[in-house]
Design a protein around this ligand. Structure first.
Ligand code: GAR
Length: 192
């Protein structure tokens, strides 16, 4: 079974959705590691509940980004991680991780990219009063929410929707779509 690492910085609802699919036997991966870059993030408790191996870093305590990423790379190698899944990891991936994991890092973003990259994609969509936004899953390259798109799904925004309403609709899509895309990537790899 493929070993994956999930990288997350926040509440971890996507992490939870992925773990639940694995627990139900609907997603054939082994979650070998959670990498969290924020001390006290709620995702850490979720990983503890499922007894998933976790490393928590404070990137600022490293001399630079590449030293931080070398530590993370070491954690991944120790656990034979083959694939990295970013689930609300609010940090750009640098060359130290990108090179060894070329085409093996994916990200989920709460907009229809290339619209609204970066932070607060839902706030940006609300400000523009878009009628449609959505979710994008893509391969990670050196840019901010760039990289080849793997899957997208739209949601409708009504005039009355608040940021909370949009977030609820987006996360319902994310929690269904991300595990499905992860599964399809591994099935594709096996049939090659
Ligand atoms: C998700 O909505 C994800 O799409 C977004 O962070 C949220 C994390 O939620 N990611 C980005 O904005 C990346 N640019 P979660 O911690 O509940 O999974």
């Amino acid at each position: 079974m493929n070993n994956i690492a999930i990288f997350a910085s926040g509440s971890g609802s996507n992490f939870d959705a992925i773990v639940q699919k694995v627990e139900k036997g609907e997603l054939d991966v082994n979650i070998a590691l959670l990498v969290c870059d924020r001390i006290g993030a709620p995702v850490i408790e979720k990983a503890q509940k499922y007894e998933i191996d976790t490393v928590v870093y404070r990137p600022k305590s490293f001399s630079d980004k590449s030293e931080y990423e070398r530590a993370v790379l070491d954690d991944c190698r120790k656990r034979d991680v083959e694939f990295i899944v970013l689930a609300g990891y609010m940090r750009l991936i640098g060359p130290t991780l990108l090179q060894p994991f070329e085409q093996r890092i994916i990200n989920i973003h709460p907009s229809l990219l290339p619209a609204f990259p970066g932070k607060d994609a839902i706030g940006q969509a609300l400000e523009k009063r878009v009628k449609v936004t959505g979710v994008t899953i893509h391969f990670v390259d050196g840019g901010m929410d760039t990289g080849p798109i793997i899957a997208q799904e739209a949601i409708e925004v009504s005039d009355a929707d608040t940021a909370i309403d949009i977030k609820r609709k987006i996360q319902a899509v994310e929690h269904r779509l991300y595990p499905k895309v992860i599964q399809s990537l591994f099935i594709k790899e096996e049939s090659q």
